[in-house]
Design a protein around this ligand. Sequence first.
Ligand SMILES: [Fe+2]
Length: 266
Amino acid sequence: MIVLCSFLVEYQYEVTKSVREYLRSEICLVEINSIPSELIRPIVNCSICSDIQNIPTFDGHVPEDEAEKLAYSIVPFLVKNATRKWKASTEFSYEFFKQFFDNETVLDYFKTCQFLDYGSGFLSIKNVFNMPKERAETGKPAWYIGFSSCDDYVNKNLLQEYFISPEFLPKSLNTQQVWLFMGFGRSGGSAAPVHIDQVGVPSWQAQIIGKKTWQIYPTFECEMECKNFDINLEAGDIFVIDTNWWYHNTRVEKDYFSLTIGSEYQ
Ligand SMILES: [Fe+2]
């Protein structure tokens, strides 16, 4: 059952939403990410991306008709200066989350949520916020991690006051899976490696501290017809993308700190 839950959660097109939500609450023994997604994903009709010549970019506001058109399309878009009203912009930091997790009850809420250490050598969130002060502040040696907040209580009562659903997106934003990524770029600038997600819905990600570059690629059968893009995010920007469709990796400049928050929406 444990292995099966992992498989079905990842390849969710085969199960109904309610089954998927139930399975997401189960602890999975084996991470299915090790099985190449390429082997089982459906072949794409490349006409859906052949017209994308650039990434639509807006300053602060997205006209409603544009937002409706883009929010559920495969066209990624960037909104500059979009987090002006967010408390996260001034309060989130490594130190903020160190204090946030200095509490066994809060750590307990995250026990079943996902944690990604990207080879930084941490076994858990607790390890991240107990690392030596010098490594935390200088990124020497480099570290970069991601974790989800899958707990409804945490999202609604502990995190929601720091950010709001991006105003240009549908109001029914799903806050079940809030994601945070933070850390320093390694030598060569790598952060998250190339992958494709299997979450079934699009996502937004807001750059809170520092800069990050998203590099996105069409699926291999569309390489000749569709373009790759590099999207540079600065603090205050929100990037919206269907990460189930675009292969993607992120880059943070070596020795520079980046912190982002994001969520899936539907
Ligand atoms: Fe991803």
